[in-house]
Write a protein that binds this ligand. Sequence first.
Ligand code: GLA
Length: 389
Amino acid sequence: MRTRYITILSALAVFLMFGCKESIRYGGKKMSIKKEAFGKTADDKNVDLYTLTNANGLKAEIMTYGGIVTSLQVPDRDSNLADIVLGYDTLNEYIKASPYFGAIVGRYGNRIAKGRFTLNGVEYTLATNNGENHLHGGIKGFDKVVWNAEPMQDDNSVSLKLTYRSRDGEEGYPGNLSCTITYTLTNNNELKISYEAETDKTTVINLTHHSYFNLAGHDSGDILGHELMLNADHFTPVDEGLIPTGEIKPVKDTPMDFTKPMPIGSRIAEVKGGYDHNYVLNKPDDSLTLAASVYEPKTGRVMEIFTTEPGIQFYSGNFLDGSNKGKGAPVPASPVQAPQVQAVYNKHNGFCLETQHFPDSPNKPNFPSVVLKPGEKYTHLTVHKFSVR
Ligand code: GLA
């Protein structure tokens, strides 16, 4: 009886795994996009989870709530896959409390001082959600809305196109803003994130992506041994509230210097609170250039980040404090699932590299402009390239 029960459940599991999967073959290579229901929000919106798999077996799971990358499986130097992004198993955990794990951040990534700025002589007041400041788009930012999704494919990649229309006045921002974000997993082992937006009133915009990476695996402790290179000779110093002072300072001869690869932990004790700074990338224009490279010595995994943006926020997971119990929550007694060990994310157990315009730019006339006018198109491309050494 019990064996029969297990057989039926296994058959059901196999059907659920492959029943709604679309496989695409091009030149002998096999990629796929799978869609499954992932739950509902409190206001009854359906949330779907898409699994993109490239021809080499790399896998990205992305849900329509917040455009969140819930899992990213990449190989180590022995070809073993591991999930290298922090996160949860279920939609409810993301809704309950998430420090922006894997999310699309907008309309403005990072902080705007006191939630205020002036555009064309009009002062705008935004939601404040980080002490007296506005952080990552406000109380209900782009990380907490449900995006429309459309899977796409071409000869060398699988993609998920996400769209969202942020209405005039949302979180205090002017203008209806139509956003399109496309995640593309290529057969060159790249995860590309392409952002586009248009407005019907002059506004400010700074979209980014907030995955917490641990290249040894999301549940493998601190990231202090990862070797980081940042292609930046300068950074923007901040005050106590993490608002840029407006200066652009050289990193040379300071613990901020990652122009040559250095373990993240090598000088972190000299940086009050840990790294949470915007680096000014060495680049003459908005072409796609190398911003960062990270190497994890135990597994050999390498992640390079290329971007069209002028800055990158390096955040060393300083606010993670173990209260975020992550993936691997025990599943109620199940005959087909072995007991799991739940990940606990402590301080410095993940790092973020958020490609962006500089924090508080709306109030800093010397920083590159974040103003978007009607008739213009906001574009931003970031490529995460995975390899081994
Ligand atoms: C960004 C900020 C940090 C913190 C995290 C989220 O990286 O710069 O200060 O707010 O997001 O916890």
